[in-house]
Design a protein around this ligand. Structure first.
Ligand SMILES: [Fe+2]
Length: 286
């Protein structure tokens, strides 16, 4: 268990809750050009990430390209990119409604709502997604709100409610994602692993989670079921700790792969929602 000494846990918990933002505007950092981040901007984003494992930056570029996003990321030690199925060659995925191509089968590339998850929950342990940047190029006409929650807060709520929830979610067979099989055969083998794990290098908490009902096999155990129900209620609680916001053009979320979801949205005739997304194997060096 993370912080197995009761005293260490109490101290860490108190400090975490004391500093955790209660309002979205506490996460927002106004910066200049994305690719030319100054010391003040870098430190303000790092500070927000220390508090909440995330920050929302707001840049004043007239246009942002893939290169600018990757240059920005490098300020935080984010260099090892997850080159997954739907990303471009440089690792930047363009999330927009797709009617064809590699993304068209996946909900992120539609205007539907997207349930709670952490990115790469279907990745093997060797390719954990530790950080994600989501940059808004164009927002939708309506909808497309993001909900976000720091996994450390989830951990605290679960451990406070019942420490056995944590043990259940640390089980190496807690959550299995069946193999992804396409028309031409297996794209990805089945992946089995815990919800909560801890990086060997620095002890950082890592969370794998998806609220999807289909294509996920949970360990059949009463405590795991109760923990999942508790978590689901926490995420749906309108007066709970979830932070909700709607990224504007030029804004982006940089995070240590926090839990997030998205509401459905509607594009206009000449206004198509577009977000750039990059996933990293590194954590933000905050
Ligand atoms: Fe995501």
């Amino acid at each position: 268990m993370f912080l197995s000494s009761a005293t260490d846990y109490r101290e860490w918990r108190a400090a975490k809750l004391d500093r955790y933002p209660t309002r979205v505007d506490e996460l927002i950092v106004n910066i200049g050009e994305l690719a030319d981040l100054d010391y003040r901007g870098t430190e303000a984003i790092r500070s927000s990430c220390r508090r909440a494992n995330m920050a929302i930056y707001s840049c004043n570029d007239s246009g942002v390209d893939h290169t600018a996003i990757l240059a920005f990321a490098a300020n935080f030690g984010l260099r090892r990119i997850d080159h997954h199925l739907c990303a471009s060659n440089d690792g930047v995925a363009e999330l927009t409604v797709a009617s064809e191509g590699a993304g068209s089968d996946y909900v992120p590339y539609s205007d539907h709502s997207l349930g709670w998850h952490t990115d790469g929950y279907y990745n093997a342990e060797s390719s954990r997604v530790r950080a994600v940047i989501l940059h808004c190029v164009q927002d939708a006409t309506t909808g497309g709100e993001t909900g976000a929650l720091d996994p450390e807060i989830v951990y605290i709520r679960l451990r406070d409610a019942n420490p056995a929830f944590i043990t259940a979610l640390e089980h190496p067979e807690c959550m299995t994602i069946p193999a992804n099989v396409g028309n031409r055969g297996e794209i990805r083998p089945a992946i089995c692993g815990p919800v909560f794990s801890y990086d060997a290098a620095d002890g950082a908490l890592h969370m794998r989670y998806s609220a999807r009902k289909k294509n996920i096999c949970w360990r059949d155990d009463p405590t795991t079921r109760a923990a999942r129900e508790f978590l689901s209620e926490l995420l749906d609680d309108k007066s709970g700790p979830v932070l909700r916001f709607r990224l504007q053009p030029g804004q982006g979320l940089i995070s240590n792969n926090v839990l997030h979801n998205r509401t459905a949205f509607q594009d206009g005739p000449s206004r198509k929602r577009l977000l750039y997304r990059v996933r990293f194997f590194d954590r933000i060096n905050s």
